[in-house]
Design a protein around this ligand. Structure first.
Ligand code: BGC
Length: 490
């Protein structure tokens, strides 16, 4: 064990007796840089509460706090067949979902299409054409029979969008490394709908949703204690249910104070003005080299897209500027930005062997680097520090929503590759929540973050169903043209 830093975190066991002094010293530096102690977590959370509140007050704040026009939780009795489209960071998924008669149950047929890398920096036309092609393919292969117009489509578009209506969304800015021209500042729905119309696909969008809102609603379909939906994946964000009376920026709409409204926080943008986050020089490089510098400060420290890159930047720095890692070796493969994704540090943390044989092999095979045991020890500690920082900072967002809403106990539905796959992420996040919210030791955690149902598929279908249900019941708030929904209400 390294016994150096004052703010040391529990580390994987393993002797560091063979680690030379200069590497031990560097490990201590890294520990100081990446460790976020309980006091700092609390300070961040308090600042977070302020930013959540500010976002509800007016536009243009760090955290957008976007009203979504999802106005209530499901009761488990929703029914019908829906199409769902999920545009994620890596894949595009098309689903046909039937919410069945059995409470909280559903059937799903789905196909996944890889989003070509070049699409992410292409044009709006290319994006919508690709999506329409996939949808068309899915329909041709999988949709059995029946009138397609009868199937309301829920589109999970997981980027910050201003929604004046449920079937509308002006993209505020691309996140997660996307940089497609011609979409920011525009309503994505007519662009998407035009591509469908051009293919004579008689499908109409009923609801544009965010993956976090979908996650919250899908989780609540089977568990009524679910109050928050989170994504810890390529990006990070959360949604929760607010009362319209606590959303000053919607005051002009005269909605009843106690009417529920799901808020897509878009809190990846927390602390964009760098007031509290413990930003390192590596985080600064990530930001400066990203397509949208100055945006998504919080997300860039914790989301899956960036974890491998943070690791890479540190390792290259230690080799190049400090001459203490991989001396005399050719690290050219490591020089390319984003060469390593989050699975790289995740794999290191998962190496079950104390001599780090598997990590050694991975460095050799993937990067052509022959690492010594002490170098591997440093890399393991670094992976652990980066993964722990991500999990602990992530907990601040959840804690802030709980504090803001005075939620003393609830379930939080979570999804995303980091949550489901990154080693120890769940346990580290839970530990941080305990520290922030000062729960008594030895009792069951009152707030627990649990794996959720498929929010981007089932959640999208449920939101379409909930929208139809409330229009039928006469609540047309945030519905631009209720007559558009008539085809589905018959
Ligand atoms: C997006 C959010 C999304 C999150 C998780 C962020 O980059 O801005 O809309 O919920 O990623 O996918």
């Amino acid at each position: 064990m390294v016994g150096l830093g004052p703010k040391r975190q529990p580390s994987r066991k393993g002797s560091m007796a063979d680690v030379p002094k200069n590497l031990l010293q560097e490990i201590e530096n890294l520990e100081n840089l990446f460790t976020v102690d309980a006091a700092k977590l609390k300070q961040i959370t308090d600042h977070f509460v302020g930013e959540l509140t500010a976002g509800l007050e007016k536009d243009g704040q760090n955290i957008p706090m976007n009203p979504t026009w999802v106005m209530g939780f499901p009761d488990g009795d929703e029914q019908g067949t829906f199409l769902a489209l999920d545009m994620g960071g890596t894949n595009l998924r098309v689903c046909e979902i039937t919410l069945t008669e059995e409470k909280g149950e559903f059937d799903i047929i789905q196909s996944k299409y890889r989003m070509p890398e070049e699409l992410k920096t292409g044009t709006a036309e290319e994006l919508w054409e690709y999506i329409a092609d996939c949808l068309q393919q899915f329909i041709e292969y999988h949709h059995e029979e029946g009138d397609l117009t009868a199937l309301p489509l829920g589109f999970t578009f997981s980027y910050p969008a201003t929604q004046d209506y449920i079937d509308h969304g002006i993209l505020q800015r691309w996140t997660k490394g996307f940089d497609i021209s011609g979409v920011e500042g525009e309503d994505v729905v007519p662009q998407f709908q035009a591509a469908l119309d051009a293919r004579k696909l008689p499908i109409k969008l009923a609801a544009l949703i965010n993956d976090t809102t979908g996650t919250m609603i899908a989780s609540a379909y089977t568990d009524q204690s679910m109050k928050i939906g989170c994504i810890f994946g390529t990006g990070c964000n959360a949604a929760y249910m607010e009362n319209c009376g606590s959303i000053p920026k919607l005051k002009h709409m005269n909605l009843p104070d106690d009417m529920p409204m799901a808020i897509n926080c878009e809190y990846g943008a927390f602390d964009n003005d760098h007031k509290v986050l413990p930003i390192t020089k590596y985080d600064t490089i990530i930001d400066e080299n990203s397509p949208r510098p100055g945006q998504q400060a919080f997300e860039k420290m914790i989301a899956g897209l960036y974890l491998g890159e943070i690791f890479r930047l540190v390792v290259v720095d230690l080799h190049e500027n400090k001459n203490i890692l991989f001396e005399g070796q050719d690290i050219s493969k490591l020089r390319k930005p984003y060469t390593l994704d989050a699975s790289f540090p995740a794999f290191i943390e998962e190496d079950p062997f104390e001599n780090l044989q598997e990590t050694h092999d991975m460095f050799r095979e993937k990067l052509g680097i022959n690492a010594t045991k002490p170098e591997l020890e440093l890399c393991r500690r670094l992976a652990e520090l980066i993964g722990t920082r991500a999990a602990r900072l992530s907990a601040c967002g959840v804690a802030a929503i709980c504090k803001k809403k005075n939620i003393e106990s609830c379930h939080v539905g979570a999804d995303g590759s980091v949550f489901t796959k990154y080693p120890h992420f769940k346990a580290r996040g839970a530990q941080a929540l305990r520290e922030i919210l000062d729960w008594p030791k030895g009792k069951k955690d009152p707030v627990s973050i649990l794996p959720s149902e498929d929010g981007s598929g089932v959640g999208a279908a449920l939101i379409a169903a909930l929208t139809l249900k409330r229009i039928k019941a006469g609540n047309t708030a945030g519905v631009r043209d209720p007559s558009k929904f008539d085809i589905w209400l018959k």
